[in-house]
Design a protein around this ligand. Sequence first.
Ligand code: ADP
Ligand code: MG
Length: 261
Amino acid sequence: MPRRQAEAPAIDVRDLTVRFDDVCALDSVSLSVDPGEFVTVVGPSGCGKTTLLRSVGGLQSPTAGEVRVGGDDPESAQDAGDLGFVFQSHTLFPWKTALENVTFLRTLAGREPERDRARERLVAAGLGDVVDASPRELSGGMCQRVAIVRAMHLGASTLLMDEPFGELDELTRYDMAASVLDSWRDSDRTVLFVTHSVPEAVLLGDRVIVMADSPGRIVDSVSVSLARPRAEATMDSTAFTEQVAGIRQILRRHRTTLADR
Ligand SMILES: Nc1ncnc2c1ncn2[C@@H]1O[C@H](COP(=O)(O)OP(=O)(O)O)[C@@H](O)[C@H]1O
Ligand SMILES: [Mg+2]
């Protein structure tokens, strides 16, 4: 449920089509996300999840259709520091330490760097020992955690996350999920979160958007009826298992096999 009313949706995607030569990455996709909502996106590899996120972030121009972020075009939202990203690849600044990576985006956006708070966030993410290390000294999973901390520290009202836990091991993944949920609950932030893991989508989301490929499109939007706060134990409940099974069924129904192409 949205936690506050606002005149404009946090994210409004209308009839968005993106084509790359003969590939229709997104075919007339529409999606509206309320301020404060945590929306997750699942779908098979190649169904356009990254293209959707890049379009919302203003990094990919539509072939047709329109994208608004807080009622504005994505480029303006980004310039105003209203958009935070975590990409599949972590994209840290190699010449800066972990701590500097976390504070730098705030400085760029004209905000106080809040170094002490940034340090606390890194410690909470299990990175207390590497605050002053440079990215090349860190494992892929550690870099990914720094990138997640950086996005949360920026304080943007809308956060776009593209498989941010991809490089993390099973246990760290749930620690980071808990920390993203904590940070989201303490803010009025909107999150659009892509994953190929259905359990992760259900654990995190208010709503799960289900996509299919060839062409890339949204086939369903499923409200998650699990109480918050959610934790690892949530995944032991029957309600959780049923929601996951329901979404897997939708994915299966829309799956194209190689023979269909
Ligand atoms: N820059 C690009 N140039 C050409 N094709 C692309 C480009 N980006 C994505 N695609 C194609 O668009 C489709 C959707 O890709 P993507 O959004 O990365 O899917 P997902 O993130 O769901 O795996 C795929 O077929 C992919 O090969
Ligand atoms: Mg992708």
